[in-house]
Design a protein around this ligand. Structure first.
Ligand code: TNX
Length: 577
């Protein structure tokens, strides 16, 4: 039928190759009957989805002619481009993105925004049938979570940065998924050791992979002030110099910080900046000694002790400083939260401490932001919406429970389960052990909804896994402490409690090892998991311009910064402390 005659009849033109399409689909279906099932099972996803309904006869094979279709709007289009960018390198397929109004599903992958309140802002439904994949969500964050699930359903080689000969099959069936908690985060301490923008962006990618939606940046501490503040320029210029050990330190310009915020926002991750007050302020005092209590002359600090420094709570100049800094950070931070620290201010006691915190909380409220602080803030008066971040180890703290009764919400980072700077085992080459050793099982076996005595699940905003970096000096070391524990914490934050099952979790997680290897992510080979033996060298489809990411690390002396764990499971670089 010619286009003219179709238009004449008021119908959409049938594309000429429609018959060929049908024939190809039929041939493919016949081939699939003989083909092996998809190597990944629909239920292998981490974090575990709310509902999984496998359909074993309905695997989908992604083919070179596949198209990514989007229903409506720029937000969905952006997610479709992110999906294409994830799939193109390994498949080598063009995967064009189109928002052409064509009935879906019609082969390929469809991303569809739907008016379905039951999915919530982050939920999604993913359907895999022999003719295509459809991800439906009420908003772009849900679509992106669905995309991360789709990524995990493809063979591990999808993580390769260069084309790989692989059968790109997805297991058939349906997933309906929503998060248990609204806040699922990780914290990176960029003050003890400074990490450049590119490192932080890669950590953002890791968060997105496991459906985390908050990145807390610990921007200031005794060893360094890492964010440019125009009205107090010496904070970064002087206070940003140095770090634990003898490294140079550094700081983010406003443009750097905004780049991190924007990159995270593109992945539906909100940055929570922390300015730690009134303690942990030695770097600020070195820059502006006028903020120090009378008689103290601060000097740069590169050790790892805590609790010795503080801004003078009795001086009005301190509140000028707090107001100016928080206002400038607010102006660069679209998210609702401002973290004011509050931990380990051992030398600011009693009413001096609560008085300082109450004033700082009012300053935050005056900036239309919501206060987050470590749970030491609990005895201070309540302000609307405030969030206390629990990092204790005994789960029994009447002062915190009382603050929750007065209206505070709790963010759970129990030191003995969620602290990613704790060692895995006595011989872990970096990390602390003051909160105990945290192997994979310990990071998984607790319930954020019932953890702190007297705090009901309704008062729990979510979970966060902090990585303090006194002993963590490089990106491979960051990854070594994150993987595989970060996915465990992500699962506690996302998955319904009914899915909680240690044996199933470690079984599902095992298949992620080859993904991390292929993606060049350093990880700890937790002995609790039966990691599959890594695939041999992949066969590139076309001659790659660079070595595949999965190329094995050569035998012999380990290179300075390998992208994979060495045979003895040590992180890539030697700890400096
Ligand atoms: C305690 S946890 C701290 C940090 C340290 C960390 C080391 C918290 C709020 N404060 O200053 O880096 O222990 O594990």
């Amino acid at each position: 039928m010619s286009q003219q005659s179709a238009a004449d009849q008021g119908r959409l033109p049938l594309r000429e190759p429609a018959a060929a399409d049908l024939a190809r689909t039929a041939a493919r279906a016949a081939g699939d009957l003989l083909a092996p099932p998809a190597p990944v099972r629909l239920g292998d996803v981490v974090p575990a989805p709310e509902q999984v309904r496998p359909d074993h006869g309905a695997d989908y094979l992604l083919t070179p002619d596949a198209v990514i279709r989007v229903s409506t709007g720029p937000a969905a289009l952006a997610v479709a481009e992110q999906l294409a960018a994830l799939l193109r390198p390994a498949t080598g397929y063009p995967l064009p993105v189109t928002d052409a109004a064509r009935p879906e599903p019609a082969g390929g992958i469809a991303l569809v925004l739907v008016d379905d309140e039951t999915l919530g802002p982050e939920g999604y439904q993913l359907d895999v049938t022999p003719t295509g994949v459809r991800i439906a969500a009420a908003g772009p964050a849900g679509l992106l979570h669905g995309v991360q699930t789709l990524r995990q359903l493809l063979p591990a080689a999808i993580e390769s940065r260069t084309p790989v000969a692989e059968r790109w099959a997805l297991p058939g069936g349906s997933i309906i998924d929503r998060p248990r908690f609204a806040y699922r985060g990780a914290m990176l301490d960029v003050a003890r050791h400074f990490f450049g923008v590119e490192d932080v962006l890669r950590v953002v990618d890791h968060l997105s992979r496991y459906k985390l939606n908050y990145l807390h940046l610990h921007l200031t501490d005794d060893q360094g002030w890492r964010i440019a503040i125009d009205s107090w320029p010496r904070l970064a210029a002087v206070g940003g110099v140095g770090e634990v050990g003898d490294g140079p330190g550094g700081y983010y310009t406003k443009a750097d910080y905004q780049r991190i915020v924007a990159y995270a926002a593109d992945r539906h991750i909100t940055v929570v900046p922390e300015i730690d007050l009134p303690g942990h302020t030695n770097a600020a005092l070195v820059a502006y000694p006028e903020l120090a209590p009378a008689g103290i002359v601060p000097t740069p600090y590169t050790g790892t002790e805590v609790g010795f420094s503080y801004v003078d709570p009795a001086s009005e100049r301190t509140y000028d400083f707090v107001t100016d800094v928080l206002a400038e950070v607010t102006a660069m931070t679209p998210g609702p939260w401002l973290h004011i620290g509050g931990d380990e201010a051992f030398k600011v006691k009693g009413e001096a401490y609560t008085g300082f915190v109450e004033r700082a909380q009012r300053i935050v409220a005056g900036l239309d932001k919501t206060v987050v602080g470590w749970h030491q803030l609990a005895p201070a008066g309540h302000v609307d919406g405030r969030v206390l971040q629990w990092w204790g180890t005994d789960a029994d703290d009447p002062t915190t429970a009382e603050a929750v009764r007065r209206g505070a919400r709790l963010l759970l980072s129990p030191g003995n389960h969620a602290y990613l700077d704790m060692k895995y085992a006595p011989d872990t080459p970096i990390g602390h052990d003051w909160a105990g050793l945290i192997d994979l099982r310990r990071s998984y076996e607790w319930d954020p909804g019932a953890h702190v005595t007297g705090v009901p699940e309704a008062a729990v905003l979510g979970v966060e896994a902090p990585l303090w970096t006194e002993s963590v000096t490089s990106l491979p070391e960051v990854e070594f402490m994150l993987f595989p524990r970060l996915p465990a914490l992500a699962e506690l934050g996302w998955s319904p409690r009914a899915t909680h099952d240690w044996d199933r979790f470690r079984d599902r997680l095992a298949g992620h090892g080859p993904r991390w290897t292929t993606a060049g992510i350093t990880f700890h080979r937790s002995p609790e998991v039966s990691w599959p033996t890594e695939a041999p060298v992949e066969v590139p489809v076309a001659a790659p311009t660079e070595a595949p990411a999965a190329a094995p690390v050569p035998a012999g002396p380990r290179p300075a910064i390998p992208t994979q764990p060495g045979p003895d499971d040590a992180p890539a670089t030697a700890p400096s402390v």
